[in-house]
Design a protein around this ligand. Structure first.
Ligand code: ASP
Length: 438
């Protein structure tokens, strides 16, 4: 173990980036000779696929069960609805940007996958997708890896669990608590496993990227840069137009908002974790935005768990990327399905680094783009995964901004906000250059 001490001690992000760069360089230099590396990439994809179902099962159930039914009152329902609406806007925004920018166009992975590996595309209709959300057998859905029915079942199970935990009947509440602890333990263990798998990510990314660049050559750089640009433009557009617009409807100055939220936004950007940023967002809501504790103490953790607008945008753009990259652009009905799946996937995405990339795999599968080892879809996915850190920074910043914006709106509409905090700020709109750590 000592031999590899340097590996585990060095920064994971740096290692993944090194894997990406080395993979690209080796692929370009050695060309198709790099296919020897592909089994290492396949192992990585298999490891990721291995954890998707358990992660959903445990984290989504815990997420749904954590909200006490009694707490899910006015404030909760309001926050929930606004979170969902803003995420709906987000994923549509992502799809619009994806359609405008057409990232991935010209890569033609399918054509270059010389060994006759065909793009594994089968397009389910929208009505079928909706009907199939209700599983006839939840265990069958888990075994077959059908994401939407599993999400549906876990949500129902989690809400039932929340009721059981809060039951007046002591026996029921105790059993509810035991079940909750079991799932909570499972979720914690899954985070641990995810952490271990990520230790392998640099090697997996190296192998996958070397394979892609070995077959594609240097042209693969352009589409990835283009994708990053499209994703970031969608993030910034969503933050300014949707959040800015929503704040203005509730007579809150977007300038003042961003000035107050900037500490949390920067923390999210560097930590790539909504959950990790929570203390900073709470502090901003409390001492900079004048929001009552009753609102933010519920709405912010809820947002950090289920509201992932940045992640939804990223999924929209990247799904379009994968479609173009394999030479089968997404149809309109597939894009409608993606709006629904991303909305649900954002509920299931944990507020930890890289979680959205795992959920992207489910979003792709929901429209028939199966990430099978060796397939063109897996190669396109690997390209996106290679630059995930970069995309994750922006999407986490967008996620946290959304949590704070919606919390402000809920607080304002419920008269749970001390407006003097905002008047002061509005007078100082010109002085936005104060230090971040103020
Ligand atoms: N890192 C994101 C967050 O914590 C989740 C994601 O990977 O999309 O909000």
């Amino acid at each position: 173990m000592k031999l590899f001490g340097w590996y585990f001690k060095s920064n994971l992000l740096v290692r993944i980036l090194l894997g990406l760069i080395l993979g690209a360089v080796c692929g370009i230099v050695f060309g198709p000779a790099m296919t020897w590396a592909s089994p290492f990439g396949e192992i990585f994809i298999r490891l990721l696929k291995m954890i998707v179902m358990p992660v959903i099962l445990f984290t989504l159930t815990v997420g749904a069960a954590s909200v006490h039914p009694s707490q899910l009152g006015r404030v909760g329902v309001k926050a929930l609805i606004i979170y969902m609406i803003s995420t709906g806007f987000a994923v549509s925004f992502g799809l619009i940007c994806g359609n405008l920018f057409r990232p991935g166009k010209g890569i033609q992975i399918a054509a270059s996958a010389a060994e006759g590996v065909k793009a594994n595309v089968s397009v389910p209709s929208l009505v079928d997708t909706l009907i199939n959300v209700v599983p006839v057998n939840p265990f069958g859905a888990i075994a077959e890896g059908n994401v939407l029915p599993v999400i549906f079942f876990c949500l129902l199970f989690g809400i039932g669990l929340a009721y059981a935990r809060n039951s007046e009947d002591e026996q029921i509440s105790q059993s509810g608590e035991t079940v909750f602890r079991f799932f909570n333990g499972g979720a914690e263990i899954m985070y641990m496993v995810v952490h271990w798998i990520l230790q392998y990510a640099p090697i997996g990314v190296f192998a996958l990227i070397a394979d892609v660049f070995g077959k594609q050559g240097a042209e693969a750089f352009g589409p990835l840069g283009w994708t990053t640009l499209a994703v970031y433009l969608a993030f910034v557009g969503h933050m300014l137009l949707i959040y800015g617009g929503m704040l203005m409807v509730f007579k809150l100055s977007p300038f003042a908002f961003f000035s107050k939220a900037k500490g949390a936004i920067v923390t999210a950007f560097v930590t790539r974790s909504s959950g990790g940023t929570l203390p900073v967002s709470m502090e901003a809501a409390d001492s900079k935005m004048g929001i009552s504790q009753g609102v933010y103490s519920f709405s912010l953790p809820l947002g950090a768990t289920i509201n992932m607008d940045g992640t939804a945008i990223y999924q929209g753009v990247c799904a379009i990327f994968v479609g173009f990259a394999i030479g089968t652009p997404l149809t309109f009905s597939q894009q409608l399905t993606i709006i629904a799946t991303s909305l649900l996937a954002s509920i299931g995405t944990a507020g930890v680094p890289g979680a959205g990339a795992i959920m992207l795999m489910m979003v792709l599968e929901s429209v028939g783009l199966k990430v099978e080892p060796g397939s063109p879809v897996a190669m396109a996915y690997a390209m996106i995964f290679g630059i995930d850190a970069l995309l994750d920074m922006g999407r986490t910043a967008c996620n946290v901004t959304g949590d704070l914006a919606v919390t402000c709106i809920v607080a304002k509409s419920e008269n749970e906000m001390d407006s003097s905090y905002w008047q002061k700020e509005e007078q100082m709109v010109g002085q936005l250059s104060e230090p971040l750590a103020d």
